[in-house]
Write a protein that binds this ligand. Sequence first.
Ligand code: BGC
Length: 268
Amino acid sequence: MNQKSLAGQRAVVTGASSGIGKAIALAFAEAGAAVVVNHHSDAEAGKAVTAEILGKEGRAVSVRGDVSKPRDVQKLFDAADAHFGGVDILVANAGAQADAPFLEMTLEGWRKVIDLDLTGAFLCAQEVAKRFRRQGLEPNRSRALGKVLFVTSVHQRIPWAGHANYAAAKGGVRMLMETMAQELADQKIRVNAIAPGAIKTPINKAAWDTPAAARKLVKLIPYGRIGEVEDVAQSAVWLASDAADYVVGTTLFVDGGMSLYPDFREGG
Ligand code: BGC
């Protein structure tokens, strides 16, 4: 169904050198999009993602950038202009955790996550929306003027002890998304979010890489398995495509039911 559903689209995917961002970049390319593969610290990994896409006759370019820095954000979209002639889709995925019990959380640890996960998403989304407007609608390319897809988390809804900065950032992105969607829908800018649950990636390795940890984690997932990055990537392809043209301001939870309060299967 997703075969070439993004043909002719140009996408910027932030944090695309590993995990969910990498899977989205690969799936977008597979679906026909040209992709700016953003990485921050791991240039080799970013280049490897780009090489994989180019190896399958896709179009991609690697660009280093810290999404919490306005100048770096400009660079990402300038690369989309220079290499692909513009941008149709932003996937604001870059993010990090810096976990600490609330009473021990430092201002530095707080700011690190808010800067990257929330302010970074804001900067990228504002920049891409300006560029969508400058480019104008091209109905042969997409029914929308442009699409913004935030990668949030089940923790945009589920409070998470020991992760106050992360939960606050993701909850913030949810309201950023909904406000942007409300404000820009009449300009045909389509803004949505994907909220992944526990997906096997480097960010949460400790939660799944031993059998005991994995057993504990699966108890939180009604569907009974830990998510794979492809689960999220396929949803992202659909949400960014014209097949989802009437989907505006929504969050698609891709979480095996994690956000359904699984403890209430027994009790309550
Ligand atoms: C976090 C993971 C966590 C998952 C479910 C994600 O947003 O980054 O570390 O395993 O939520 O709790």
